[in-house]
Design a protein around this ligand. Structure first.
Ligand SMILES: NC(=O)c1ccc[n+]([C@@H]2O[C@H](COP(=O)([O-])OP(=O)(O)OC[C@H]3O[C@@H](n4cnc5c(N)ncnc54)[C@H](OP(=O)(O)O)[C@@H]3O)[C@@H](O)[C@H]2O)c1
Length: 436
């Protein structure tokens, strides 16, 4: 049997402790599968005395993760600290420069520095594995990087934040407000005390930026993402969506268009009959459309210690199975130096259907004024529904669903309607996404 693979794990929180637990519980199976034992030779965290429910007494303790990353005693550095800079970046960089393989679950780090880290790994001929960084336990990275080689991807989209999907699912199922759902999610541990990062779409954007690079062979561009969160989704939207045969999901979408790549994260109407609309609660799902394969949908647990440990362990096992002298594949499917510059499509040219909900003063001429603004922007309507507003007798709700049009046309029409002075509240505009 080959010599044991000696690894160092930095970060012993939710994911780190679960990885150690899994490596211990599955030691025998992993040794047989990989043809060598996997030994945790070193660990690092901030607090040496904290009880983490796992035994790390046999591993050497490092106060400084960078020192662990450079240790002569390890071949693989596993970064489970988190954060786009600070100790996570410093230690991953140090490990790659020292010629060690790296496994990380850190989407923030890859979203910001993925291309330069990939170049460093490829220069040294080592692996940088990051399956857990996108959609937790779902093996979307290996699928896109390896299984879809040769396919031309046209679109990748998905539900990549369990907190948002949990909130939207409960809002629809139980008719409760966004605020009440969020409080419950926090109580149950599905949402952070400061939920901004999740509910305003940043977490989905980080993951999407990585998938975009894998899909289109371009550099990661985390700052070129149009982003809207779910905090302004109301029961009125959810009910109207349901009446029209839609469900609202927070999607991350990357599409190749004639003018460049669109990356967007926003609440989206998907047909209730589509497969992605059936993905409920904290579950994640990623869909990929390609020329040869058609549409593929992977769904499963997107977070949590065990699911994430499953992805991290798979990445470690891949390294344990690789043999010296074997040339490793590029980190983002294409060699880092061949990744094309990112070309951004303007959001104003986004083409698609739109749901527009307007709360208007109940007076004559309003309906006609709205219809005129739509016609002036050359927007063709699939449906227009008007009904009384349950909360105020003198108000009416108008719901419009457009045929395919552009973002620019919708913004022009909604600006016009707003200027006409008929609106009681800000117009609610939700994009419709085609989904099988
Ligand atoms: N949790 C999930 O479900 C999940 C899913 C997918 C991906 N991820 C990613 O996995 C990574 C870890 O997440 P997590 O939820 O496990 O985080 P966590 O529970 O907050 O754990 C972070 C760990 O990093 C350690 N740490 C912080 N600063 C350090 C430093 N300067 N030196 C050494 N260790 C340091 C902490 O030490 P102490 O324990 O001593 O404070 C802690 O053990 C993140 O990149 C996250 O995005 C998490």
């Amino acid at each position: 049997m080959a010599d044991a693979l000696r690894i160092g794990i930095a970060g012993l929180g939710t994911v780190g402790a679960s990885v150690i637990r899994m490596l211990e519980a599955k030691a025998e199976e992993l040794t047989r599968q990989c043809g060598r034992e996997i030994v945790v030779a070193g660990v690092s965290a901030r607090d040496r005395n904290r009880d983490r429910g796992v035994d790390v007494s046999k591993a050497r303790w490092f106060d400084d993760p960078v020192e662990l990353a450079r240790s002569q005693d390890i071949e693989v550095f596993v970064e489970l600290i988190g954060g786009e800079d600070g100790p996570a970046r410093a230690s991953v960089k140090a490990a790659l420069e020292a010629g060690k393989h790296v496994v990380t679950a850190n989407k923030a780090l890859l979203s910001r520095h993925g291309v330069s880290l990939a170049a460093a790994a490829e220069k040294k001929g080592v692996l940088l594995n990051y399956e857990a960084a996108v959609a937790g336990g779902i093996p979307i990275i290996k699928t896109m990087r390896e299984a879809l080689a040769g396919n031309q991807v046209s679109r990748v989209f998905g539900i990549m934040n369990g907190t948002c999907n949990y909130i939207l699912t409960r809002m629809e199922a139980e008719g409760i407000s966004f605020e009440d759902c969020l409080k419950d999610a926090q109580r149950l541990g599905y949402a952070e005390a400061d939920p901004t990062f999740d509910i305003e779409g940043h977490d989905t954007a980080h993951k999407l930026s990585i998938l975009t690079s894998l899909a289109f062979g371009c550099k990661i561009s985390a700052d070129d993402i149009y982003m809207e969160g779910i905090s302004n989704i109301t029961q009125a939207d959810i009910r109207a969506a349901s009446d029209l045969g839609f469900r609202i999901k927070l999607l991350g979408v990357a599409v190749k268009t004639d003018s460049g790549i669109e990356q967007r994260v926003h609440p989206t109407m998907v047909p209730t009959s589509s497969v992605i609309a059936q993905v409920h609660g904290v579950t994640n799902a990623v869909a990929v459309e390609t020329d040869y394969l058609g549409e593929l949908l992977l769904t499963g647990p997107g977070a949590g210690g065990d699911a994430t440990a499953s992805a991290v362990t798979g990445d470690i096992a891949d390294i344990a199975k690789s043999r010296p002298g074997f040339q490793h594949g590029p980190v983002f499917g294409w060699p880092a130096k061949e990744l094309a510059p990112y070309k951004r499509a303007r959001m104003r040219s986004h083409a698609g259907g739109y749901f527009i909900r307007l709360t208007v003063h109940d007076r004559t001429g309003v309906f006609a004024a709205i219809a005129k603004r739509m016609a002036d922007s050359e927007i063709s309507l699939e449906s227009i529904v008007q009904h009384g507003d349950a909360t105020a007798e003198q108000h009416k709700t108008v719901i419009l669903v457009t045929h395919e049009t552009t973002e620019a046309a919708v913004r022009k029409a909604v600006d016009g309607i707003t200027k006409d002075g008929h609106l009681v509240d800000k117009a609610q505009v939700i994009r419709i996404e085609r989904a099988a």
